[in-house]
Unconditional design. Sequence first.
Length: 148
Amino acid sequence: MSDHLRNPVALAGRVLLAQLFIVAGLGKIAQFAGTVAYMQSGGLPATELLAALTIALELGGGIALAFGVMTRPVAVALALFTLAASLVFHAFWSAPAAQAMTQSLMFMKNMSVIGGLLTVAAFGPGAWSVDAMRGRDAALGRPQVRAA
């Protein structure tokens, strides 16, 4: 990819990944009781607390990812969260036959999102980010090393 496209494409990628989490977090706020009930159906404990923590991670992490704040650790946290949610709520291997295809698609979509997040974690946010404006790599706590 040419140098003049790298940073706008990195920004677009971050924003597109982030919007999934921001919209999901806002939806959970709007439908808090339904979110708690859904979590209970997955057999999770302390579902009200877990729902609140999930909202905080999705909204806070999504906004941080979009703006490129502490980008690498946020991307890893969202990837781990997405993996856990996928294993609990999209277990296509144990879903009833009528739901197996839908759950399989949701699981595979989430694996793709994890791939995007891990790519951001590996390569950083790009120059159009708060991390870059601060001149710091938030994951390493030291000045960024820029490729030539």
